[in-house]
Design a protein. Structure first.
Length: 281
């Protein structure tokens, strides 16, 4: 029996193969306000999401839509400039399709980034947080439905979804660059409204340190496919109720823009160091 989700993925892969034969090692997803990171990549080619048949295209201001292929140092990377979110109305399987496609392109490592609201009161806006684990139960699993055996097993282990060795590399890199790095648990909610103070207290009780509307579902899909995963949140604001200020998308973007140069530096050096690690393996 055919599987619609897999068929669509293979069709998108076919479009990619027609346009480039680039083989990335590392896949990078850029979150809100971090989109222009891609300007720092030695670009080999680009692929507009619109040019991939059936590919979900984002509607959020500040999220452009294309894959960028190139090199960070000498590490071949594919970078997603813009992602789609569940709140845009896509099926969760469409939300993770771009990440699954990067695995088919050849990427072994998935580096996730996002803007997030800080729940942990020791954080402040502008901090970076290494994602050590996540809570994804408030969005549907992208693995619901007939299992795609070609991608992974029905019941994947989630015991160390964020790769320990990659976490070590990121921490060491941040320390060398003298960039402070918080650590914590990321919780994904659907959005698109920001949370109420009561919801943030709930998230805190559940053990979350930062909240956002992306990332965890992508990590679930990538883990299913056996990718090595790491992630960094940019704490763009303190979450609802932690701060008395009303939250706006503008504030989220302004903070992300303000810390973008440091973030770029951190991500660049991390990818170079991860690249050395991959070639060693
Ligand atoms: N809540 C949810 N998502 C977010 C936030 C927030 O406070 N900030 C950036 N993305």
């Amino acid at each position: 029996m055919g599987n619609e989700v897999y068929d669509k993925l293979l069709k998108c892969y076919g479009c990619f193969k027609e346009k480039t034969d680039f083989k990335p090692e590392v896949a990078l997803v850029l979150g809100s306000g971090l989109g222009d990171y891609a300007d720092g990549i030695k670009v080999v080619s680009e692929l507009d999401y619109h040019d991939i048949d059936g590919f979900p295209v984002s509607t959020v201001p500040g999220h452009q839509g294309k894959y960028i292929f190139g090199y960070v140092g000498d590490v071949p990377v594919v970078c997603m400039k813009g992602r789609v979110h569940y709140y845009e109305g896509y099926n969760i399987t469409d939300v993770v399709l771009p990440v699954r496609l990067m695995k088919l392109m050849g990427a072994k490592v998935l580096f996730l980034t996002n803007a997030a609201g800080g729940i942990n009161t020791s954080f402040q806006a502008g901090d970076f947080m290494l994602i050590k684990d996540h809570i994804a139960n408030f969005v549907p699993s992208p693995l619901i439905g007939q299992n795609i055996d070609e991608l992974g097993v029905r019941f994947p282990d989630m015991g160390s979804i964020y790769n320990k060795e990659l976490q070590r590399i990121i921490k060491r890199t941040a320390a060398i660059l003298d960039i402070p790095l918080q650590e914590g648990v990321y919780i994904q909610l659907t959005g698109p409204s920001y949370e109420t103070p009561a919801e943030i207290r709930m998230c805190c009780t559940l053990g979350a340190d930062a909240v956002g509307m992306s990332t965890a579902c992508e990590a679930v899909a990538a883990n299913h496919m056996g990718m090595k995963i790491c992630g960094i949140s940019c704490v763009s604001n303190m979450a609802s109720g932690i701060t008395a200020n009303p939250l706006t998308h503008k504030e989220v973007q302004e903070t992300a823009d303000r810390v973008a140069p440091l973030f770029k530096q951190l991500v660049t050096e991390c990818i170079k160091n991860i690249g050395h690690d991959i070639t060693k393996a």
